[in-house]
Design a protein around this ligand. Structure first.
Ligand SMILES: Cc1cc2nc3c(=O)[nH]c(=O)nc-3n(C[C@H](O)[C@H](O)[C@H](O)COP(=O)(O)OP(=O)(O)OC[C@H]3O[C@@H](n4cnc5c(N)ncnc54)[C@H](O)[C@@H]3O)c2cc1C
Length: 282
């Protein structure tokens, strides 16, 4: 039950949607799948004057250009899991979506865009978008702009999105390699991640290396690269573990893990993602 009046808007085009945002600003809550917003409105933790439903804005498709995937902000985890384009060109996203908890009610409704805009440090999505080099496309009545994922997540639950902007889509450069690894540490089978690690081979030219993204451990996602040239497997793992531990500067802390814990486990989780990446091919 939502015990508070609010206006419910279902604009049919982007112009109408951005006009609602321009007029209402922070009083407007954009509705994606509603898996976070609706329970929070029921609890009274979120009390918007206007709910802007994005369902008629055509933001639910996955398309490709020669170099990139264009994923609508309203694409659900189930769509990500079912997409051959995602499996071929961004296999990490499919691995991540397969590990979202909460069952079909969450994976069938929850969206990539909603998770990005929520920017919970413990979410799976932000670090995956960061390590993939994604760009977030924002629209307002002033125009459109692209923000790299590395700049989009600015603090816990805070993004670079202005209150008058709508996230319309997420652009992901196609991965050259079929390999990707994803691993997450959880308190229990169904709980949120404590630390996540995503591993991708570097794709710039001939240089053998890895790009690793760590989520859950800091207030914003962390991404770093490891050079694999002339390193034995054991020393690559040691380099990954050391770099992961060093990357945990602004550590996140919640009811699942207090100060110091995430920093202590980040290296081991990163190494597991590395091993998963080395053992995987689509
Ligand atoms: C039982 C349960 C299990 C969960 N398990 C996981 C898990 O394993 N991993 C994980 O990462 N998360 C998990 N979640 C968290 C979360 O619900 C999902 O990650 C989901 O993706 C959020 O997307 P949504 O579309 O439902 O967002 P919504 O609830 O619709 O919106 C979330 C926020 O984003 C804003 N927003 C939505 N779309 C836009 C847009 N296009 N433009 C601007 N702002 C927008 C909303 O206004 C709101 O502030 C879980 C939640 C539940 C209830």
């Amino acid at each position: 039950v939502i015990a508070r009046h609010f206006a419910y808007e279902t604009p049919r085009d982007l112009g109408a949607a951005t006009a609602i945002l321009a007029a209402g600003g922070a009083g407007v809550a954009v509705l994606g799948g509603g898996t976070w917003l609706v329970p929070n409105m029921s609890l009274g933790a979120s009390a918007p004057d206007v709910v802007l439903d994005t369902r008629h804005l055509g933001l639910q498709s996955i398309e490709e250009s020669p170099d990139e995937l264009l994923i609508g902000a309203r694409v659900t985890y189930e769509q990500i899991k079912a997409s051959a384009l995602v499996r071929r060109h961004a296999p990490l996203l499919a691995l991540m979506a397969n590990k979202i908890t909460g069952g079909l009610q969450i994976t069938g409704q929850g969206t990539l865009g909603g998770s990005a805009c929520y920017a919970n440090p413990s979410s799976d999505v932000p670090a995956c978008l960061a390590v993939l080099g994604a760009r977030l496309q924002l629209a307002s009545s002033m125009g459109q702009r692209d923000v790299p994922a590395a700049e989009f997540f600015t603090a816990a639950f805070v993004t670079a999105r202005r209150a008058d902007e709508l996230l319309t889509s997420i652009v992901i450069p196609k991965c050259a390699s079929p390999r990707a690894g994803y691993y997450k540490l959880k308190f229990s089978t169904g709980s949120w991640p404590i630390v996540t690690a995503a591993c991708l081979p570097l794709s710039d030219g001939e240089k053998p290396g890895l790009r690793i993204g760590i989520g859950g451990a800091c207030v914003t996602p962390v991404v770093f690269s490891v050079d694999m040239a002339a390193q034995e497997a054991a020393s690559v793992e040691a380099s990954v573990a050391a770099a992961a531990t060093q990357s945990i500067v602004d550590e996140w802390s919640d009811e699942f893990a207090g100060p110091g814990y995430r920093r202590a486990v980040a290296g081991a989780i990163a190494v597991r993602a590395l091993r998963a990446c080395q053992g995987a091919a689509r």
